[in-house]
Design a protein. Sequence first.
Length: 198
Amino acid sequence: MTQPIEPSRPTAAFVGASWLALLVGAVAFLVGLWNAHMALSEKGYYFTVLAFGLFAAVSLQKSVRDRLEGVTVSSIYYSLCWAAVVVALSLLTVGLWNAVLSPSEKGFYAMAFCLSLFSAVAVQKNVRDLALVGEKEKVDPVDGLLARLEGIGLRQHRLDDHSLGRRQRRTLAEEAQSRSRPHHVWHQRRGLHRCRHV
């Protein structure tokens, strides 16, 4: 069985670049459609392909991530996600192949479409990583602080065992375990040694 992955906080630069790439790809594709000299039905076809492709890419990324984290995903849904991505790419390819457009226009739409799909996957990954890291920070503030320090490149603040929080928890667990075991406390009172069971 696949071991659940340990999420890490993505850097602000990668999050911003992912959103920027998604906006650039989608807006460029839509602006190209708006200014294209084609029938309204053709524009609707390409718009639908773009929306379908973005949804299929995000669904596929979620399915793959769920399986890596140990979440049950049915084989039917997993296969449908792959099929949806392939169908979206095939519809765009067939449409551009038969369209009365110059090669530069066809290349523009193809590149904008691929950029949109790739950036949608990256945005989905970042959103999920941030959500998981946020939940982890609520449960364990020490690990959350370490994740932030690691995200901004301050790895030198970590101890040799790679986790200050784990070391503190291990120390507390050892102390609690030692206190729970019966032991004898020797003390001196009125010049006599007495043994008391704690």
